[in-house]
Design a protein around this ligand. Structure first.
Ligand SMILES: Nc1nc2c(c(=O)[nH]1)N[C@H]1C(S)=C(S)[C@@H](COP(=O)(O)O)O[C@H]1N2
Ligand SMILES: [Mo]
Length: 441
């Protein structure tokens, strides 16, 4: 298989004056010798991303919607014209947020080897010469910059966030939200530009036949207009089956190591990538804690016998102590708590229905409710619940979990738990609930 292709043949040059190639470019180009590189392998990795990335994008945007942007409590709050239509996040099915959030984080991690494989397969494109050939090509390269930069940025910020690491000097939510839009725009443009080539490349060699081809029989693809195929291919060190298997196996391994944090049961023990030290010991309160009572700055004297729950609404103020709450009708529901930073778990909660508390405050049909915790300040001090989230029969001010009192870290004396509500809005150490009536009231 002699390399007869002229090295400058990268298509579309139509005899125009091409600036001389700097000597380094030829050397670099000759160092891309893998005979696997070519439109087919790029198209295989690309197809996997084309199918899976829209799911990551959509579940990410749904997570944003679940935070309730209409109450100015989704981050970042001011997104200008990128504001999506707001709607009251449903409470059913109760595992809705567990699924959207779990898919977003898990798929985001699982796709890392595919992204790396795809980048490896197009590496020669980075050294395209001349760098700018025409306006169309310049625009295409700009979308590639936003595409590659965008996905690496989203992966890096997402990974750091789920490990609770804030080593960068900017706000995670702002960066990840605007980064998502930049990436999505570039992704759509890239798909539009490349889709015909993807189809051609996939049709050029049947998938099954490729997977049956051993290393010794692996040959380079014919030269392609994109210049992915090596000009001087070396011998194959691995078959295409091996390359696809390596990436697929890497993705599968990450899936096994990640999925457990979104599930209960035996797979949970495989969740080796779950941030360590957040899982308290055994017992009914032995499930992950996002922020401990000490970290939240809530003092024992605030949660002791002197604690009172204040209900406001309809011009009325009602104060209840914990025994008064325990004397009200108690309701038990098995509901997941799902933290946007990755993990979820289903537990059995017992307490007073939020709608009973609304009625007690004189607002039986509230438009919304603002829940405040004992904390003095910070992101978690208050959360606004939409009407459907207050009125759901399983929406609780929980006093107990799994048959025992809440532990201090899980929000004793009382915490909110609502089906399908993001964990962040399941306020712990509740001090006050303010029920807003309908606007015309
Ligand atoms: N008051 C208060 N409530 C809070 C928090 C907090 O820091 N303070 N953390 C929230 C977050 S981000 C999550 S995911 C859940 C986790 O509940 P858990 O720690 O009981 O598992 O509590 C939520 N409620
Ligand atoms: Mo959370």
């Amino acid at each position: 298989m002699p390399a007869v292709r002229p090295t400058a043949d990268h298509g579309g040059q139509e005899g125009a004056a091409v600036p001389p190639r700097p000597p380094g470019v030829d050397t670099i180009e000759r160092s891309w010798r893998s005979p696997l590189r070519g439109p087919w392998l790029t198209a295989v990795y690309g197809t996997a991303l084309l199918v899976a990335l829209p799911l990551v994008i959509i579940t990410g945007l749904l997570d944003y919607a679940a935070y309730g942007p209409q109450f100015d409590q989704a981050f970042p709050t001011d997104v200008g014209w990128l504001r999506l239509p707001a709607f009251d996040w449903p409470t059913r099915p109760s595992w809705l947020f567990r699924v959207t959030q779990g898919l977003h984080v898990t798929l985001g991690i699982v796709l890392i080897p595919v992204v790396l494989g795809k980048l490896w397969s197009v590496l020669p494109k980075l050294f395209d010469w001349p760098p700018v050939r025409s306006l169309a090509q310049a625009l295409e390269r700009l979308t590639l910059l936003l595409l590659v930069g965008g996905i690496l940025f989203q992966i890096a910020t997402g990974l750091l966030n789920i490990q609770y690491s804030y080593v960068y000097g900017f706000d995670f939510y702002t960066a990840h939200y605007f980064g998502a839009w930049i990436f999505t725009g570039a992704f759509v443009a890239h798909v539009v530009i490349k889709f015909p080539r993807l189809v051609t490349a996939l049709r050029s060699r049947p998938f099954g036949a490729q997977l049956r081809t051993a290393r010794a029989a692996t040959r380079p693809e014919p030269p392609d207009p994109d210049g992915l195929v090596a000009t001087e291919p070396g011998p194959a060190t691995v078959s295409r089956r091996g390359a696809v298997g390596l990436v697929g196996g890497g993705a599968l391994l990450l899936a096994v190591l990640t999925i457990g944090q979104s599930l209960d049961g035996p797979l949970r023990r495989t969740a080796l990538l779950l941030p360590r030290g957040r899982q308290p010991g055994p017992g009914p309160n032995g499930f992950p804690v996002n922020r401990t009572v000490a970290a939240a700055g809530v003092r024992p004297e605030q949660t002791g016998a002197g604690w009172r729950l204040t209900l406001r609404g309809g011009g009325r103020t009602v104060t209840l102590d914990r025994s008064a709450l325990l004397a009200m009708a108690q309701h038990t529901a098995a509901l997941p708590i799902s933290c946007v930073e990755g993990w979820s778990t289903r537990q059995t909660w017992t307490g007073v229905r939020l709608r009973d508390l609304a009625a007690r405050a004189g607002v039986p049909d509230p438009a919304s409710a603002r829940v405040s915790s004992l904390e003095q300040a910070g992101l978690f001090r208050t959360a606004v619940l939409a009407s459907n989230q207050v009125l759901d029969p399983d929406a609780l001010l929980a006093l107990r979990v799994n048959g025992v009192d809440l532990s201090p870290d899980h929000g004793y004396p009382a915490r909110v738990i609502v089906p399908a509500l993001p964990g962040v809005h399941c306020t712990k150490w509740v001090a006050e609930i303010d029920f807003q009536g309908r606007a015309d009231g």
